[in-house]
Design a binder for this molecule. Structure first.
Ligand code: NAP
Ligand code: 8YV
Length: 315
């Protein structure tokens, strides 16, 4: 009997090999259009690695599609309502990346406070030898970190942050049973913390919630860390705040229009920029890839998935 067809966009060799054990893999990573022209009518399963929009038009090119397995926990690129309307389940990869992404947030926090990007550039430019030591940086001990989005990753970050001697606060739509101070109002929290750490998902409800007013509230000694989604921060307002000195420093792993990063952002010595690598270690990407494939194979076997997105839990 022939294997069912699964479309693969992105992913590693291991993902492809594991997927090929149960499916005939249609690799659309290089030319998605050509892959859909040739096989779209027979594709029932889709393993998606990426952030390009996956909407109704794409789904309609695969009338037999039953499951979209997202290689990542954030699924704001996928139109879940359109998928549900078409009887398509959507899954993602929660939990397996919490540790890694929390580490990335803390890495960026320390780099911002300790001025590490500027200091490294200083050394590489030979200035240590010619001018002596660079200006002093700041200790994080005693500072307050306000986490925007205290979910799985946010909680992992909060737990790790305990060893740095910081106070922790958080903002979300609802108060949780956690030993951290809750702020229902984001601007209020920004005015009372030293570091704002965004680990919130993308999508309409979080679009630009970190805006000019929130950045002004964070202030000239404040630091913004963003490992959630670029769309959460008004990037133009962020650039303006950095340019005027209204904000102290930033550490960013995500951007509004990836992989584009505004040239102006690259000019600030007090900003650390990473190319969306929060989960990008061999170990964590392997765990994400395995879970993404396991969701597909389980669904093929018994019609249920391991980690459906919340909207598809009852599907
Ligand atoms: P999660 O467990 O679902 O947590 C999301 C948190 O965000 C929840 O605490 C939620 O609290 C809060 N939230 C949701 N909507 C909000 C809103 N409109 N305003 C304020 N807070 C809101 O998700 P997770 O697994 O921790 O992942 C979080 C996000 O991290 C992902 O969605 C993804 O975008 C990003 N991420 C980035 C990387 C990277 O490589 N940089 C890697 C993995 C994940 P309430 O429901 O109480 O509001
Ligand atoms: C991945 C992420 O890099 O899980 C997420 O939401 O942003 C990252 O872990 C990405 O999804 C892979 O494309």
């Amino acid at each position: 009997m022939s294997k069912p067809k699964a479309l693969l966009v992105g992913g590693t060799e291991r993902t492809k090999e594991r997927l090929a054990q149960a499916f005939e893999v249609v690799d659309g990573s290089v030319d998605l259009d050509a892959a859909l022209d040739a096989h779209g009518q027979e594709i029932g399963y889709f393993l998606y690695f990426g952030h390009a929009p996956c909407g109704a038009a794409l789904m309609d090119r695969m009338p037999e599609l039953r499951l979209i397995s997202n290689y990542g926990v954030g699924y704001d690129a996928i139109d879940v309502d359109a998928a549900i309307e078409r009887g398509i389940m959507v899954t993602h990869t929660p939990s397996v990346l919490d540790d890694e992404v929390a580490n990335t947030a803390i890495l960026l926090m320390l780099m911002a406070a300790r001025n590490a990007t500027a200091d490294e550039a200083y050394l590489r430019a030979g200035r240590w030898e010619s001018e002596g030591s660079p200006p002093l940086s700041r200790s994080v001990r005693g500072l307050t970190v306000g986490i925007v989005g205290l979910g799985r990753i946010g909680k992992a970050a909060a737990e790790k942050l305990n060893v740095f001697g910081v106070e922790i606060a958080y903002h979300g739509r609802s108060k949780q049973d956690v030993p951290y101070r809750y702020f229902a109002d984001l601007k209020d929290m920004a005015s009372k913390v030293d570091i704002l750490m965004s680990i919130a998902p993308g999508g309409p409800s979080t679009h630009h919630i970190i805006n000019a007013e929130v950045l002004a509230a964070l202030g000239p000694r404040g630091m913004l860390i963003n490992v959630g989604r670029g769309s959460v921060v008004d990037e133009e307002a962020l650039i303006a705040a950095l340019e005027s000195g209204a904000l102290g420093a930033a550490g960013l792993d995500v951007f509004e229009h990836e992989p584009h990063v505004p040239a102006k952002l690259m000019t600030f010595p007090n900003v650390t920029l990473l190319p969306h690598v929060g989960s990008a270690t061999v170990e964590t990407r392997r765990a994400m890839g395995d879970l993404a494939v396991d969701n597909l194979t389980k669904f093929l076997k018994d019609g249920t998935a391991i980690t459906p997105v919340p909207e598809c839990k009852d599907q």
